[in-house]
Write a protein that binds this ligand. Structure first.
Ligand code: CAA
Length: 260
């Protein structure tokens, strides 16, 4: 599929997916959300891809939120549909068996922060600013932000960020557990790709099941989560990846995983 608002580069099993509307700080209009959902499914099915790095085009922004100029004209029903569309894109990321790393290179606001939260973890540049300014526009986040942020960092800090609408620095977001690591701007993409390459070299099915255990386990009781984890580990012992990974350790050689 041809994308008008996305750039996709694939090299050494790592896809770099760039939201490309720098003239409006990569704001998410309806077309971008449709393309994003399609791209996530396509990358999920592409055997040449093992990990995705998600970022924004230009120097200033990862994504400065949903496109306010498009949203301003929506009626209540249309806005509800719009929120569900954004949530579908975020949920497609969470359900994707391959990990996504958000490389937050600038503003990650509103829907932009919601996209980053849909990734498996977030690396940010020192100049990134994160927040949910929706209340300053008279609305609330709608692409899963209230739910994902509270689950990630707890309700207390989530309420502070969402209710005040303030922006925080990458460093503060790191202290709060939203961002995993902060890098100088010029190093961010290299660091994200270095981590992506390390993941791509690990057991493909192990990586997929690890993500599955954590994402789905969070919706279970602890007992069910423990049982689910043991079942997934058991299933991995029926795969070539497990035989290759453990066999390579015993034979003191580098493993070569096939995702089978
Ligand atoms: N939607 C549409 N256009 C946007 C945008 C957005 N979210 N964010 C920035 N732009 C546009 C600006 O309108 C401007 O376009 P023009 O040149 O045509 O005027 C261009 O991008 C550059 O932006 P600024 O001139 O404003 O840049 P700045 O450096 O002065 O400010 C900023 C940067 C602080 C990020 C500011 O642009 C801003 O506050 N943006 C809006 C952030 C926001 O409120 N996001 C939440 C959106 S609502 C949402 O996301 C709801 C949801 O969960 C579903």
């Amino acid at each position: 599929m041809e994308y008008k608002n996305l750039l996709i580069e694939i090299a050494d099993s790592v896809a770099t997916l760039t939201i490309n509307r720098p003239q409006v700080l990569n704001a998410l209009n309806s077309e971008v959300l449709t393309e994003l959902e399609c791209a996530i499914y396509a990358l999920g099915n592409d055997t040449a891809v093992k990990v995705v790095v998600l970022t924004g085009a230009g120097e200033k922004a990862f994504v400065a939120g949903a496109d306010i100029k498009e949203m301003v004209g929506l009626n209540s029903f249309q806005c509800h549909s719009h929120a569900l569309k954004g949530q579908r894109a975020v949920m497609a990321m969470e359900k994707m068996s391959k990990p996504l790393i958000a490389a937050v290179n600038g503003y990650a606001l509103g829907g932009g922060l919601e996209l980053a939260l849909g990734c498996d973890f977030i690396y940010a540049s020192e100049k990134a600013r994160l927040g949910f300014p929706e209340v300053t526009l008279g609305v609330i986040p709608g692409f899963g932000g209230t739910q994902n942020l509270a689950r990630l960092i707890g309700p207390n800090r989530a309420r502070e960020l969402v209710i005040t609408g303030k922006m925080i620095t990458a460093q503060k977001a790191c202290e709060w557990g939203i961002v995993n690591e902060v890098f100088p701007a010029e190093e961010l993409m290299a660091k994200a790709k270095e981590t992506a390459a390390a993941i791509a070299g690990a057991g493909t099915l192990g990586v997929a099941y690890a993500k599955d255990a954590i994402v789905n386990g969070l919706n279970m009781t602890k007992g069910d989560g423990f049982r689910y984890e043991a079942s997934l580990l058991g299933v991995l012992f029926a795969t070539e990846d497990q035989k290759e990974g453990m066999g390579a350790f015993v034979e003191k050689r580098k493993a070569s995983f096939k995702g089978k």
